[in-house]
Design a protein around this ligand. Structure first.
Ligand code: PGA
Length: 253
């Protein structure tokens, strides 16, 4: 069965509730004809109730950008899976490179969060990707295998169907420097092979692997035409409704 495309906006630490509401209002009619892609908006916790409400009765799903793996506890500043579920959030980003770089996210905490997301029925979008120095020293494959295998460790193949992986080379994030479709497709093949090894070939075949890193309306088509690229995780170019709607439209391969 062909994998349905998934296009996710990662708004990072941008937008006020009013701006988020205006975005959704402007965006809904622009993607009214979309059938080929699932659309997800990943927003700051402070925006989630507003975005869930604005997207109600529309096929647009709402995602957190991170969460803790425990249901509750004395963890100041954190958000739990229970809280996200109660808000109507359906997806959660896990292990974004900015979390890994600036907030001590480790492969092990990614694994705990992934298990918690599955246990709570949240769709995890797990981010992996190499740093520039790792690519330049030919360690890309090794890094992707390590990040993917630890993320998936201890997960039952029968529970893994909802998992989405996003390949985001760190050197391409917010830099305007995109991986070529060939580079991205190669990395996606490495990740898919590791999913087959960690879980099963069937799970790997059905798993959506997104590309992220300076995705724009004009490079979406060539990236999404690659057989192993199943959509995009979009930062900067997702902040504007028209630009993000063009990315959704251009992802139809
Ligand atoms: P970018 O960010 O599209 O601005 O490069 C992508 C991401 O960090 O998810």
């Amino acid at each position: 069965m062909p994998r349905k495309k998934l296009i996710a906006a990662n708004w990072k630490m941008y937008k006020t509730p009013d701006e988020a509401k205006d975005f959704v209002k402007a965006f809904i009619p622009l993607v009214a004809g979309n059938k080929h892609a699932d659309i997800v908006l990943c927003a700051s916790p402070s925006l989630l109730p507003t975005v869930v409400e604005a997207a109600r009765n529309n096929p647009i799903r709402v995602s957190a950008q991170d969460m803790h793996w425990l249901d509750q506890g004395a963890y100041t500043g954190e958000t739990s899976p229970l809280m996200l579920k109660a808000l109507g959030v359906t997806h959660v980003l896990i292990g974004h490179s900015e979390r890994r770089q600036y907030f001590n996210e480790t492969d092990e905490s990614v694994n705990l969060k992934l298990k918690a997301a599955l246990a709570h029925g949240l769709v995890p979008i797990v981010c992996v990707g190499e740093m520039l120095a790792e690519r330049e020293s030919n360690q890309t494959g090794e890094v992707l295998v390590r990040q993917t295998s630890i993320a998936l460790s201890g997960i039952e193949p029968s529970a893994a169907a909802p998992i989405v992986i996003a390949y985001e080379p760190v050197w391409a994030i917010g830099t305007g420097r995109t991986a070529t479709p060939q580079m991205a497709d190669e990395a996606h093949k490495i990740i898919r092979a590791q999913v087959a090894k960690s879980l099963s070939p069937e799970v790997a075949d059905g798993m959506r692997i997104l590309y992220g890193g300076s995705v724009k309306p004009d490079n979406t088509g060539s990236l999404c035409a690659c057989p192993d690229i199943d959509g995009a995780l979009v930062g900067g170019a997702s902040l504007d409704a028209k630009s993000f709607a063009s990315i959704v439209a251009n992802s139809a391969a």
